[in-house]
Design a binder for this molecule. Structure first.
Ligand code: HEC
Length: 173
């Protein structure tokens, strides 16, 4: 009976592992939350978003990306860029409040947008969604995944062939 019991336990454990393994495989293809960006990355630019009124973005790059940009070479695999997107404070009329510097003022952190370059990233996507090895992810302020249509990210950044699919390449230094 003991043998039967342990066989059953073993079978149950193996059955439980199957979906876990599947989950792990698909998760590996996605970009994870870069938990250390606040301490390890450099905040290279902060601005009122150029295409989204009422939002402010703070941009961070990891050391790999920065060093390559400073040297003037292509950003290597392992480069990560983080965009913290904040809502702007609104005035009584519901319009973004403008500071004496003529800039919007940060309110709550709304989304953390991430780009990461890895070998083969995006290779199975249609050509108009490919970004030369860069791919995209979006997270809530607590680090959990935000539900965003990543194809819209890919489509808007894909045409930027001259700046390695980054809007802010010239600021990366
Ligand atoms: C309609 C065009 C558009 C879409 C869609 C878009 N972006 Fe961007 N992205 C921009 C622009 C423009 C900037 C430059 C900063 C700014 O004005 O917000 C930018 C900047 C960035 C940056 C900083 C690096 C760089 O390119 O300068 C990251 C990271 C980023 N976006 C990730 C994302 C993610 C993730 C998504 C999807 C959830 C996304 N973007 C969707 C236009 C877009």
């Amino acid at each position: 009976m003991v043998g039967m019991k342990s066989w059953l336990v073993g079978w149950a454990a193996a059955a439980a592992l199957v979906p876990l393994t599947l989950l792990t495989v698909s998760a590996e293809e996605q970009i994870g939350y870069p938990a250390d960006y606040k301490s390890e990355f450099t905040n290279y630019l902060s601005l009122d978003r150029t295409q989204n009124e009422g939002q402010i973005i703070r941009l961070f790059a990891n050391q790999k990306a920065l060093e390559a940009a400073r040297t003037g070479v292509a950003l290597p695999d392992g480069s990560i860029i983080v965009g913290e997107i904040y809502k702007a404070k609104l005035n009584k009329d519901g319009k973004p409040q403008v500071s004496s510097l003529g800039r919007q003022v940060r309110d709550k952190l709304a989304l953390i947008a991430v780009m990461e370059k890895r070998p083969g990233f995006g290779k199975d996507l249609p050509a108009e969604l490919q970004n030369d090895g860069w791919d995209f992810a979006a997270f809530k302020p607590d680090g959990s995944r935000a539900k965003k249509d990543l194809d819209s990210c890919r489509a808007c950044h894909a045409p930027l062939n001259d700046s390695q699919h980054l809007f802010s390449l010239e600021h990366l230094q």
